[in-house]
Design a protein around this ligand. Structure first.
Ligand SMILES: [Zn+2]
Length: 273
């Protein structure tokens, strides 16, 4: 696209100019929307308000539960999930956020998973809950607090909203790259641009997982739980990895072994505070 004209000067094709304008627009929009997260102290690029996050989460929660095999019929276990979850959010820094937290137990006994929707709707499967024991029988409240604290970390750090803004940026840049590199005789370049965008998103996911572990440790301590149990949760995840790998806790995220080290460092740091 950069060529020499007959006079020998550098000629920039109109496609490149349009692509640069597109990229510039996407970047300005992304970096223009910035706010400081009250709990993490971090500057974030987010386009939506907490109220919108809450509405999005509440709206998609029933459908999400349905897609994941429905809510558990075990009332006692469901009540424990709600109770431990509420203790984590009401007696920690998470209480200072505007989010509407609710904790749901999903019926699926096979899948080992937990996840959070933007705005505070948190889910855990029976498959994960019933593995959170030290002796194979009794549920460990501390481990449950660790899993839920990690999920609350995703909510407080506004990871879904962050990803939305990043996806929008990636799409804007992908559009620009596609435009700049488009070759009618070889249209495959669009796929290269798309995979660049995907790689960007994957990296953010890992950082966000580690940040949620860090916040999970903080919330556990503030709520009076033993954060060392989050390390035991990592052990359980490691042992149960295989064909039923957990989409949220494991597949695209850091190895439980690496997470353990980071969690240990976080425990030391927060115990000193
Ligand atoms: Zn996570």
């Amino acid at each position: 696209m950069l060529g020499r004209n007959q006079g020998g000067g550098l000629r920039i094709s109109p496609t490149i100019i349009v692509a640069l304008v597109m990229a510039g627009f996407a970047l300005c929009k992304y970096y223009g929307q910035s706010s400081v997260n009250e709990i993490t102290g971090e500057k974030q690029h987010i386009a939506i308000t907490p109220e919108q996050e809450i509405a999005m989460g509440l709206e998609s929660a029933p459908q999400m539960a349905q897609e994941m095999g429905g809510l558990s019929r075990n009332q006692q276990a469901s009540a424990i999930v709600k109770q431990v979850g509420q203790k984590v959010v009401q007696t920690s820094a998470a209480a200072r956020t505007p989010y509407k937290y609710d904790f749901h137990l999903l019926a699926d006994p096979q899948t080992i998973n937990a996840f959070a929707l933007p705005g505070g709707q948190v889910f855990i499967t029976e498959g994960l809950l019933f593995r959170l024991t030290e002796d194979g029988k009794t549920l460990s409240e501390d481990m449950l607090a660790g899993v839920l604290g990690h999920e609350v970390g995703h909510v407080v750090a506004r990871h879904s909203a962050e990803r939305l803004a990043q996806m929008e940026l990636a799409q804007g840049l992908t559009g620009a790259v596609t435009m700049a590199t488009y070759d009618p005789s070889n249209p495959n370049t669009a796929y290269i641009a798309q995979s660049v965008a995907n790689m960007l998103q994957l990296k953010y996911g890992r950082d966000q997982e580690l940040q949620s572990d860090y916040l999970g440790v903080r919330f556990m301590l503030e709520a009076g739980y033993e954060p060392e149990y989050l390390i035991q949760v990592m052990e359980i995840l490691k042992q149960s990895s295989g064909p039923n790998r957990t989409p949220e806790f494991q597949s695209t995220h850091p190895d439980p072994e690496n997470r353990k080290e980071a969690i240990e460092a976080a425990i030391q740091e927060w115990r000193k505070k």
